[in-house]
Design a protein around this ligand. Structure first.
Ligand code: ARG
Length: 467
């Protein structure tokens, strides 16, 4: 680079006041991860204690050095937890910040801690431990949401509402059945959480930089001490693998997508036009100009958080897609995506659990809407097949004529007289009125997984045993 160009770069004209000392400051700015990876301090210290203990057990370091190291690390833990620790960007990341402070505290023995390991396996360990704990928290949060839905489903096993396809009234269902659809969705999310825990439950420490180590370490011992099922089997894969982060984000994206669909329904249901639910004051806001308004802000924000979470998944997939084995510094970009998605998911799950528990279900409005739009037309057609022996296609046609007649008169199917129905098809008898009400329609759908209250109660029982 020509001397004058270099001068331009260091004279701050291009970069402004922020990078007062030129390229070195820019390097620090792009390279340092401490601003976000300090979140991993507890995992880093736990990992180092397990590693030092194993090194001493294997005779690789002296027991008295190990004791100093463990004592120093515990001091650092309490310094960080009480806010007395000074993080330094010059020391790049959490690993070097902790190690440098350890040297201040215990002197040369600190230098023995990094024997037979690298920051590559160290960061893989810290991050796995963090993601594992976060998955465990997510499992608990999903269990609370499922339990909120089970309670609402039980309460509303008989409450009729319109079921929709294309957001057009289709057939009557029960609100309990609709709630149980979400139980299935969040139940699958919880299974994904459990699978993700199972997949990541292998300890990376001891893979070292990428090739393993010549020291006589015991990776089974560290795996056990850190609560992993077993050590990872391939040191190259170990330091270049971020599947556990991607699986977390994939699970989070699917769960967030479910939350978003629910949020959308709550937004629709709480409009004056639908009026199916009333949100509690705790989860809605007023308008500063229109006094009559009550806005479903919490639901809208849950819907919006999905954008961030899905974005994090795409971001990390994109970071990883071009990386040769093994570790590359690109992988440092994994953490912020996971931290941000985890925070958003935790918040969205908690807000949704609160909303579901608190909202008032307006059974009168649901029932009125359930009967509108000729929602029992399929029941009439089924009755004609079952009781009058018509082929379904013909029954469909007869029903269509009944709907057209009711529509012309501006009434419900159940409000047509027997004479009017018999004029359309003489095989119709008074028994048909038993299926034309929404309650009868719903009660008849007893097929496994169907909307009949008896069936919904069975499904609630199945889930109660598993929640
Ligand atoms: N801060 C780094 C990260 O988050 C730690 C690993 C650094 N390893 C290295 N070889 N430079 O990925």
């Amino acid at each position: 680079m020509a001397e004058d160009t270099k001068d331009t770069l260091t004279s701050n004209q291009m970069w402004g006041g922020r990078f007062a000392s030129g390229p070195a400051a820019i390097m620090e700015e792009i390279n340092a991860s401490i601003d976000f990876d300090k979140k991993l301090y507890a995992q880093d210290i736990r990992g180092s204690i397990a590693h030092a203990t194993m090194l001493a057990h294997q005779g690789i370091i002296a027991t008295e050095d190990k004791d100093k190291i463990v004592h120093g690390l515990n001091t650092i833990l309490s310094e960080i937890e009480s806010g007395r620790f000074e993080f330094s960007r010059r020391l790049e990341d959490i690993h070097m910040n902790v190690e440098a402070r350890l040297a201040d505290l215990i002197g040369p023995a600190a230098g023995r801690l990094h024997t037979a390991r690298s920051r590559n396996d160290q960061v893989a360990l810290d991050f796995r431990l963090w993601v594992k704990e976060e998955l465990q928290k997510t499992e608990v949060a999903l269990t609370s949401l499922i339990s909120a839905f089970l309670d609402r489903a039980e309460e509303h096993a008989e409450t009729v509402m319109p079921g929709f396809t294309h957001l057009q009234t289709a057939q009557p269902v029960t609100f309990g059945h609709h709630c149980m659809a979400y139980v299935e969705m969040f139940g699958r999310d919880r299974q994904r959480v459990r699978h993700a825990i199972e997949h990541l439950d292998e300890s990376p420490i001891g893979a070292a930089a990428l090739a393993g180590t010549g020291y006589n370490i015991d990776r089974h011992m560290t795996a056990k001490a850190l609560g992993f099922r077993e050590p990872t089997r391939n040191s190259i894969d170990t330091v270049s693998d971020r599947d556990f982060a991607l699986e977390f984000l994939a699970m989070a994206s699917i769960a967030a997508t479910h939350l978003s669909r629910l949020a959308e329904e709550i937004v629709i249901w709480s409009t004056p036009q639908f009026g199916f639910v009333r949100l509690s004051d705790a989860f809605s806001t007023g308008s500063s100009i229109m006094p009559q308004k009550k806005n479903p802000d919490a639901a809208e924000l849950v819907r919006a958080k999905t954008g961030r979470i899905n974005g994090s998944l795409v971001a990390l997939l994109t970071v990883m897609k071009g990386l040769p084995l093994a570790y590359s510094k690109d992988m440092q970009e994994d953490k912020e995506q996971v931290f941000d998605a985890a925070e958003s998911l935790e918040l969205a799950l908690a807000a949704m659990t609160g909303m579901v528990r608190d909202m008032t279900v307006r059974t009168d409005r649901m029932k009125a809407a359930a009967g509108a739009g000729y929602s029992t037309a399929t029941d009439l057609a089924d009755w004609l097949v079952r009781e009058a022996g018509l082929p379904f296609r013909e029954a469909h046609h007869v029903t269509g004529r009944a709907v057209a007649l009711a529509e012309g008169k501006g009434c419900d199917l159940a409000e047509l007289s027997l004479d009017e129905l018999q004029a359309i098809n003489p095989a119709i008898t008074a028994g048909v009125f038993d299926v034309l009400t929404v309650e009868a329609s719903v009660a008849s759908r007893k097929s496994y997984g169907g909307t009949a209250p008896s069936e919904v109660r069975k499904q609630i029982g199945w889930w109660r045993q598993r929640n």
